[in-house]
Design a protein. Structure first.
Length: 92
């Protein structure tokens, strides 16, 4: 399981910073570029406990994601309780 998460993290995480850097380099609006940089780097300065708490609240049955799913006519789900989603939630 640990090897699978590590490989998934590498595959998902390795090209993303390069793509983001190239995309930000092409943006002419300095204000927008700085805002995107702040938003993308902010999680590295937030403690893991705070980050996990935010993820749990976002994915809970009455969280924003399930409220959106209900808004478009879907059925809310407890995403944290689905074992197959753990790797994706952890990596992304």
């Amino acid at each position: 399981m640990h090897l699978g998460i590590s490989i998934y993290s590498l595959v998902a995480g390795f090209p993303m910073p390069i793509i983001l850097a190239l995309a930000l380099n092409e943006i002419s609006s300095i204000r927008f570029r700085k805002t995107v940089q702040m938003v993308t780097y902010a999680p590295y300065f937030i403690s893991t406990v705070v980050m996990v708490s935010m993820i749990l609240q976002f994915l809970e049955l009455r969280g924003p994601l399930n409220e959106f799913i209900k808004l478009i006519g879907g059925k809310p789900q407890n995403f944290i309780a689905i074992p197959g989603l753990f790797k994706s939630i952890y990596v992304w």
